[in-house]
Write a protein that binds this ligand. Structure first.
Ligand code: GLC
Length: 643
């Protein structure tokens, strides 16, 4: 829409920068009035508004000028194929560079490992400079433009991106936008008394406002970082620290902060990053009297960041790290009817959490009931499907969804906590309680996929059958994230069934945070066992590799909002259909440790021509339905297509 104020800014800009090419100029012209409109919604029609916007245009022009030619070419291609990331060809893995192989130069030599498995999207966990011992695994950044020396340099990141692009692979990079480290230059200046920089954070002279906030602000790390404010003697002020006390929350009510962060985001995109993971974006706007999560203003901030990214680097897209209630997560895809105007990808936290419910209950009830109630996401966006990541598993389903399937939400949560932490004696799981809530006996859960799925206990007890079931469970869970609608993201180590690593308990910086139990160093000696027939490493690696390869040969696995849950009339079975113009695959998985069956009629109902017969893609075999049924052994699954 024509807006005289943004038009004036544009005309001014075109006059000053006539040399910028048509790509930039058209994108700016398309986005500027939306950007200005959102600035007004956040900051009001203040006198200096257009000065801020002028500065923002400057930031964008400069970032565009320094953007590499090859990246601009790829931007242009992606603009013409905006669905590039919805493809069935993409499969990712996330890992800590140091724990995986040491540093970035070494990583560039390890790409064949990912290729061997069929992984072409690498999510490297935070590598920017972060103070040792106060880094929260790199999520406390002290310099957004510098790679921490222990990983290498920014040139190494660029080199990695180039290597990956040459091979048709992609790079995902973390951006911690909600807070900085207390050692960031801005925080240091604030501590030294500089008012300009104190305004970059939420700094208060007295407890008055902090106390008001505390009444409704939940705590993220109540055991290790109680409270949401930290007192700093040097500046005699309380500063907001929602996560750890060394992570200072940025004050986005100050437009200068937003522009600084956009500058940094564009700088990072210019290193050759394909996907930027926006860390903790739900927390970006705070208001007294609320829980300061998912506020409308946080969405507006993301919309502005997205629009600026589209002007400068439309080939770089956003992943929302919003591990919040399902109806809130979907909102991070934006409010555009058909396309996203916020994030392009979001973690499918509902699927992740409730897959763990299926592990404990062997039933699909809560999972399918909750998935049915997630509002539809816009076309042109996708989920990131995962089973484990570096964080704890929060049992954050909605209690009324649990009630609808006959559970008491709270009681069920404490059952799941007990089950996944192995408190119940018949449980095979070996998780650890994280940030336990002593008042109700619930906790979030730490633990590796293999240990949670029963492999650790089976090995300890030398129980061959339990070991077999655990391996099947791991493969089953991988099969679901690989076939469900979205991008599968494996967690490094899970592909070789890595167990919990208890060495964090004697590590000075890690012992108070048991999330490190599932952040093991890659054991390359053990990983060699992936080539040794019959080992757990081999079984899991090989099966995962086969499934990833089948995914890539199945265009119906591209995400076009074409994943439909199928009721197989049996709580122990999870079924869904993947279907588009190129074909259809019916996925059916047995969540039970006993055999279950599906019947001929179901196949007819699903539109299969049973005279022509059906075929299982996983085993590459015709399925024998001569008894009018298909028996699924414990934790078995089939990907069924028309013969
Ligand atoms: C995100 C990260 C988590 C970190 C937190 C604070 O949730 O995934 O590891 O502790 O942000 O940055």
């Amino acid at each position: 829409m024509y807006n005289p104020h943004s038009q004036a800014l544009l005309v001014d800009h075109f006059f000053n920068k006539p040399k910028l090419d048509i790509h930039f100029q058209t994108r700016l012209a398309t986005n500027l009035s939306a950007i200005r409109d959102r600035f007004v919604r956040l900051y009001g029609e203040r006198e200096d508004l257009d000065d801020h916007l002028g500065r923002l245009i400057d930031v964008m022009s400069k970032a565009y000028e320094s953007r590499d030619k090859a990246l601009k070419k790829s931007d242009f291609q992606r603009e013409r194929n905006p669905d590039w990331f919805l493809s069935e060809q993409i499969a990712g893995m996330m890992f800590y560079v140091d724990r995986f192989c040491g540093d970035l130069p070494m990583l560039r030599k390890k790409l064949d490992y990912f290729e061997e498995l069929g992984i072409n999207l690498l999510h490297i966990m935070p590598v920017l400079e972060s103070p040792e011992g106060r880094s929260d695994g790199g999520y406390a950044v002290s310099d957004y433009r510098k790679v921490d020396a222990k990983f290498g340099t920014m040139e190494d990141v660029q080199g990695l991106a180039r290597d990956l692009h040459r091979k048709g692979m992609y790079l995902m990079f973390d951006m911690v936008i909600n807070h900085t480290s207390e050692d960031h230059e801005w925080a240091k200046k604030a501590k030294a008394g500089d008012k300009t920089y104190q305004d970059y954070y939420y700094c208060y002279d007295s407890r008055n406002i902090p106390d008001q906030f505390e009444q409704s602000l939940p705590q993220v790390f109540p055991d290790t970082a109680p409270g949401n404010f930290t007192y700093h003697e040097d500046m005699r002020k309380w500063v907001m620290t929602v996560f750890n006390n060394y992570q200072w929350d940025l004050n986005y009510t100050n437009p200068t902060v937003l522009i600084e962060m956009i500058d940094v985001l564009l700088f990072i995109a210019n290193q050759g990053i394909d996907i930027i993971r926006l860390d903790a974006l739900a927390f970006m706007w705070k208001r007294v009297g609320t829980d300061s999560q998912n506020l409308e203003e946080a969405h507006i901030l993301v919309q502005i960041m997205k629009a600026c990214m589209q002007v400068v680097a439309p080939g770089t897209i956003f992943l929302a790290e919003a591990i919040v209630a399902p109806h809130h997560i979907v909102r991070y895809f934006g409010n555009g009817r058909s396309v996203s105007n916020e994030c392009d990808i979001a973690y499918n936290a509902t699927l992740m959490t409730l897959l763990w419910d299926t592990v404990a209950t062997k039933s699909n009830k809560l999972l399918t009931n909750s998935l049915h109630q997630i509002p539809k996401k816009p076309e042109g966006t996708t989920w990131l499907n995962y089973i484990r990541c570096h964080d704890d598993i929060g049992l954050g389903y909605e209690d009324h969804h649990a009630q609808q399937v006959g559970y008491d939400g709270r009681a069920h949560r404490s059952f799941l906590t007990d089950f996944l932490t192995g408190k119940i004696d018949w449980s095979f799981s070996r998780g650890m309680p994280f940030m336990e809530d002593k008042s109700n006996g619930t906790a979030r859960i730490s633990g590796s996929l293999a240990s949670l799925a029963g492999l650790e206990r089976a090995i300890q007890e030398n129980d061959e059958y339990a070991r077999e079931l655990a391996i099947r469970r791991i493969i089953l869970l991988h099969s679901i994230i690989i076939s469900y609608g979205g991008i599968p993201l494996l967690y490094s180590g899970d592909e070789v069934a890595a167990l919990n690593d208890y060495s964090f308990q004697s590590h000075k910086d890690h012992k108070s945070d048991n999330r490190w139990v599932h952040r093991p160093k890659m054991n390359w000696e053990e990983a060699k066992l992936r080539h040794e027939e019959g080992t757990a490493e081999n079984r899991v690696f090989h099966a995962t590799k086969v499934l990833l390869a089948i995914r890539k040969q199945s265009p119906e696995f591209a995400d076009q909002n074409n994943c439909y849950l199928v009721d197989a009339h049996n709580d122990h079975l999870l079924g869904y259909m993947r279907q588009n113009d190129s074909g259809k695959t019916f996925v059916i998985a047995n969540l039970n440790d006993h055999p279950e069956r599906i019947y001929f009629d179901l196949m007819i109902q699903l539109g299969f021509d049973m005279r022509a017969g059906v075929r299982d893609k996983v085993r590459d075999k015709t399925i024998d339905f001569s008894n009018y049924e298909l028996k699924l052994e414990p934790y078995e699954f089939y990907w069924i297509k028309q013969q």
